[in-house]
Design a binder for this molecule. Structure first.
Ligand code: FMN
Ligand code: FE2
Ligand code: FE2
Length: 384
């Protein structure tokens, strides 16, 4: 696949990858992107995951024809992109591996053979002939060694994991945001500040195309929309007005109250109410929606003098992903000594600028008419 006259796509779809990073369900698989720049010098941009390395080598061979690569640019050392480095170096002994100082330092953790490494820093350039590559450090846009590359000839940005998404290359052709958002918040969510910093550096460049390590190449309106969303996401701003309800219910009474609360919120004119059953639905989806909406209500059964574990797990995930700047309500259910709120409250209060909305509602088993009045009051308070 041709990206520009001199840049070829040599990435690989991994349609059978259904649990990316041993954690994220990926029903549409995954792709590991890699590119080749064919100029007076030849640069290979990243490699592939070990699962797809043979197909990647075939793609590379085809793209190279009778040429030999001069440089391997390593943007990110995570194994889903870096599994071919040692092999490629063995195949082409003159090949120079170009990466950040941090990546160079980490290289020996993954590869035994000493590699021929050229370390680059912020703003360094490398001429391939017509194409000059400019390296931009992007520490913690997933890992500390990450950098991105701007090619001022074709005006493209190799963006590493930034602007990536779940799914094979062609998946969700008309809806980039859904799986890109789930990818962003689950994988980069904690690193909003580094992502913002990278966006600011990128804003100074004339970028015609973004070439990420996962998901489709972005250009035109789709690229503009992706940048708009990344600006919101990295700032932890609200993308969509509405309320997200996350519930964890053992026997279904709390879940029934959640359904009732959806009705109440809609009747009050809430523009959007999203719901996740933390016991059955994808946790990654719940994390995505917690960040997407400005308001959240957590509803859970009490459990062994604490909170039902699916809710505990969810709040723990939000905490490590730096969930912040949101209004949150709590509903608990308990049959003899309700304890869910007591556990949820400090977890939420520990998060940056999370404002707890009163009343905290306590249900006892089945929802009663008096509970509905309480849910109504909570709905008013969260919408206020
Ligand atoms: C293993 C287990 C532990 C529980 N621990 C508590 C508890 O510590 N305190 C309490 O009030 N209820 C406890 N419950 C009762 C649940 O909170 C009960 O299911 C809830 O009040 C009803 O809501 P639900 O139908 O949404 O689960 C426990 C239930 C189970 C199955
Ligand atoms: Fe990564
Ligand atoms: Fe990746």
């Amino acid at each position: 696949m041709k990206i520009t006259d001199n840049i070829k796509y040599i990435g690989v779809d991994d349609a059978d990858m259904h649990l990316f990073e041993s954690q994220y369900v990926t029903p549409d698989g995954m792709c590991y992107n890699s590119y080749v720049i064919l100029d007076e010098k030849v640069a290979v941009m990243d490699t592939s995951d070990h699962r797809t390395i043979d197909v990647w080598k075939e793609n590379l061979k085809e793209a190279l024809g009778d040429r030999q690569p001069d440089y391997l640019i390593v943007h990110h050392l995570e194994p889903d992109h870096a599994s071919g480095i040692a092999e490629l170096c063995a195949l082409y002994p003159d090949l120079q591996v170009v990466c950040s100082a941090k990546a160079a330092q980490m290289m020996s953790q993954y590869f035994d053979a000493p590699l021929n490494v050229l370390t680059v820093k912020e703003g360094d350039t490398l001429s391939l002939g017509r194409h000059t590559l400019r390296f931009i450090m992007a520490p913690m846009v997933h890992w500390p060694e990450v950098m991105v590359t701007y090619d001022d000839c074709d005006r493209v940005l190799f963006s590493a994991d930034g602007f990536g998404k779940f799914g094979v290359y062609e998946a969700d052709a008309d809806d980039w945001a859904c799986e890109a958002r789930r990818y962003y918040f689950n994988i980069c969510g904690k690193y909003g500040t580094p992502v913002s910093t990278l966006l600011k550096k990128a804003a100074a460049l004339d970028i015609q195309k973004i070439l990420p390590l996962h998901g489709p190449v972005l250009e035109g309106e789709k690229m503009a929309e992706a940048i708009r969303l990344y600006t919101i996401w990295s700032a932890y701003d609200v993308e969509t007005e509405g309320v997200f309800i996350a519930h964890a219910s053992i026997h279904g009474n709390t879940a029934a109250a959640a359904e009732r609360l959806v009705e109440i919120l809609k009747a009050k004119g809430c523009p959007k109410v999203a719901v996740n059953d933390l016991c059955r639905d994808d946790l990654g989806e719940a994390i995505e929606d917690a960040f997407r909406y400005g308001k959240m209500i957590c509803m859970a059964s009490s459990y062994d003098a604490g909170v039902f574990p699916p809710m505990y797990d969810f709040l723990h995930h939000l905490d490590i992903k730096a969930y912040q700047r949101r209004r949150v309500g709590i509903v608990e259910n308990g049959s003899w000594a309700p304890s869910a709120a007591k556990t949820m409250r400090p977890m939420l209060e520990g998060m940056k600028q999370v404002e707890l909305v009163e009343p905290v509602v306590t249900l006892r088993g089945k929802m009663k008419d008096t509970d509905i009045l309480q849910l109504d009051a909570l709905a008013d308070a969260i919408l206020a």
